[in-house]
Design a protein. Structure first.
Length: 137
């Protein structure tokens, strides 16, 4: 169970930071980045998928271990919101106000990172305390 936690935590952390950096580079409007958009956008999307996979692994692990079930369900649901918004955001509110959708996309991603790390920490604490609870029983 610890190996799964470590894997999911790394997946959320590494993929999350990488997807965030790529997204900010897109948003910067840097011409050299924009010229590579055809190559970088699929990488951004696949990293987002890896982040969501990590969230779902953590959510399922928390439910199995009966750790913070409310947070686990929120993480699983957030894992559905992230790709839905990511796939739809280019067509939402086109024009001068599109920055609102871009900002929303960024915030949803940052919250996903935070939720994943919060749930991973709670699972880790529960796993640490599990041997002590069994020994006391």
């Amino acid at each position: 169970m610890r190996a799964v936690l470590i894997f999911a935590r790394l997946l959320v952390g590494v993929a999350g930071i990488a997807v965030l950096v790529l997204g900010l580079l897109f948003w910067s409007g840097n011409p050299s980045v924009l010229s590579m958009m055809g190559t970088l956008l699929p990488i951004h999307m696949h990293l987002g998928e890896a982040l969501v996979l990590g969230l779902w692994i953590l959510g399922v692990q928390a439910l199995i271990a009966r750790v913070s079930s409310g947070l686990a369900v929120l993480v699983l649901a957030w894992g559905l919101l992230v790709p839905a918004l990511g796939m739809m955001h280019p067509s939402l509110m086109p024009g001068g106000m599109h920055w609102v959708i871009q900002l929303t996309h960024l915030l949803v991603g940052v919250v996903a990172l935070g939720l994943g790390h919060m749930l991973a920490a709670r699972i880790g604490t529960a796993l640490k305390n599990a041997p002590a609870a069994r020994a006391a029983a």
